[in-house]
Design a protein around this ligand. Sequence first.
Ligand SMILES: Nc1nc2c(ncn2[C@@H]2O[C@H](COP(=O)(O)OP(=O)(O)OP(=O)(O)O)[C@@H](O)[C@H]2O)c(=O)[nH]1
Ligand SMILES: [Mg+2]
Length: 321
Amino acid sequence: MSEALPHQLLLTLQQGEQEAMSNNIFEGFDRELPVDMMHLILSFLSPVEWHPLRCVNRAFYVFIERVMEQQVRNREIEVELLHGEEQVKKELFTSFDLESGLYADVFDSWSDLARNRYLYEQLVPSSCTNEDIELLKCSRGVGKSDRRAKVTLCGPCMTGKTMFTYTAIQDRDLLDHYPATIGAGYAAKRFAIGNSDDNRFNLEFWDTAGGYAYEELNVMYVRGCNVLVFMVPLNDNASSAWLQRLHHQYCSGRDKKCLVIGTKKDLKQDNRLSYDLITYCARSQLPYYECDLRDPEQMYRVLYAIMLLSIQVPEKQSFQQ
Ligand SMILES: Nc1nc2c(ncn2[C@@H]2O[C@H](COP(=O)(O)OP(=O)(O)OP(=O)(O)O)[C@@H](O)[C@H]2O)c(=O)[nH]1
Ligand SMILES: [Mg+2]
């Protein structure tokens, strides 16, 4: 596949879109490409590799957006045919109130939805169990070659940060209630990919306290983290404003990888909030995922996504204490 691609496209894939854009290495491509050629190029790549190509030129951008939109629509049609309209509402990001006219809004924002679907599918496998995580786990004991990543969980009060830390990271049983965090909690998780010593990871999780009073303190835990997980409750309409404010405050540079998790999906009452969150996340290139954290499969998908993000942290940026 690689030999067939022009050198500049390969550079995009290797260096990432940001660098590619800043170096303006695509000047030579800044003219209309035949649609057939773009189709051909995409057919050589997996959807994961399409994303950086969007910065090649405007034609590519529009084309890839359109292909992604089409994918979401096809998936909707497929689900509707197989399982009916109810399942479409349940499963896809189009679970919006048709009667209230919100569907039209969503329809206008197909590219945002498609982009978000793309971003989170890039991270999270379609299903995930503890066994998948076990496959990634390494043997006990501290290995010298472990790469370390600092992962900070932040979010308003009662979003499930501590529950996630206790159950997914510390493998404890699910409880009905958890003590409100004071200051911050700490837990570590080690895992490996395969048996190679080079691929062992030590994730250091900081479970921060929600609440306005702790925001100043939380800056300390956010500083220098490699992966920042925003957890927002889907049963609180203030979540969208909270996310936007804290995302601006914490993520001015591109030094950390971010992920947004909408928790308490089972208690969600208003789809408008989902729509706002998805739109914001898609526009800010933040992977977004909705879940009921009390469901083990969904919880492990979140953990899996965090692990995959931490693997993408360049070794030289790995957290050093
Ligand atoms: N139904 C439901 N309950 C949830 C979910 N996530 C968390 N909870 C509940 O929310 C409550 C608060 O969870 P915590 O983990 O203490 O929340 P926290 O984010 O650590 O809160 P602070 O420490 O105050 O910042 C717990 O009783 C959880 O059982 C979810 O997805 N669905
Ligand atoms: Mg807590």
